[in-house]
Design a protein around this ligand. Sequence first.
Ligand code: NAD
Ligand code: UDP
Length: 316
Amino acid sequence: MRILVTGGAGLIGSHLIDRLMTQGHEVICLDNFYTGHKRNILKWMEYPNFELLRHDVTEPVRLEVEQIYHLACPTTRVHCQFNSVKTIKTNAIGTLNMLGLAKRVKAKFLLASTGEVYGDPEVHPQSEDYRGNVDPIGIRSCYNEGKRIAETLTFDYHRQNAVKICAARIFNTYGPRMLENDGRVISNLVFQALRNQPLVVYGDGYQTRSFCYVSDLVEGLMRLMNSEYIGPVNLGSPNKCTLLELAQTVQKLVNPSVKIEFAPPLLDDPRHRCPDITRAKAWLNWEPKISLQQGLKLTVESFCSRFDIEQTQQFI
Ligand code: NAD
Ligand code: UDP
């Protein structure tokens, strides 16, 4: 099949491309390299069935493809808020353009939405029926309201134009190829530990998240794309932990001699977020397989080799 992956040079997109290329598909990676990097897809550059397109999804593009994984979007707090208007444009105009493409060439379209569409949820865990508690004018709104409009567009293209669609609501995902300066908690903590700096936890550390390893997430996306279900479907780990527990796990794993410090809480920081994955289990027979311990080890190893850091701790 000929498959387009927008945002293919980023964390999830590049791991998805690895899987699609290994399966022998023809893959087009479209990316503007805002947060993605060429090194993530470098190994495929010489393959005749791989093509790289430097392009911004806010501009229309004409291609012939059979499936579109639409992942292009800044993801982390730091990158979304750096140019919040651009984040909204990417979600709204970018998604509109990719849906227009899907309509023209009759491609199946998968939207990478987010668990952030539930905002600061009042219901735990969050199931797909929950409509959320979202602030339309907060500093995170460019991302979570942006993804809500992306979902609305996707479902309206389906209803109005019979575009074949599906939507995944992705929860916190991590793994090798994360950027060291992206502000995500796992990259921050791992880098602090490797550099012998205190691990900084914002707020009281009792806020919770659940972290899914990237290969598990990619498996879920592919199952959804190739299923008959349109969703939305939550994809993420159902195992929640407090941020303090996460910091302690990183400390134990990477560098037991570093201290944990607390910093003031972030503005608009959701207190708890955890997916109900009943739907993903029933529809896609999917659930994450890699434990947080295993996933963190793989992530730390990859950071060490990327930055040539000698890992002298006990586990590697
Ligand atoms: P990432 O930042 O690593 O990848 C995003 C990619 O999109 C990057 O390569 C970036 O350069 C590209 N991009 C951004 N704006 C673009 C534009 N206007 N035109 C073309 N390319 C553009 O993020 P990720 O973690 O791989 O996330 C991929 C998708 O999954 C995103 O849509 C994100 O919102 C969604 N998601 C991720 C998580 C997570 O925890 N990683 C959670 C929920 C949802
Ligand atoms: N966080 C933290 N230290 C950091 C970065 C983040 O304690 O160095 C906290 C942050 O306040 C939030 C949680 O970790 O409660 C997850 O943050 P992240 O930005 O990774 O993801 P999101 O908030 O989008 O779920």
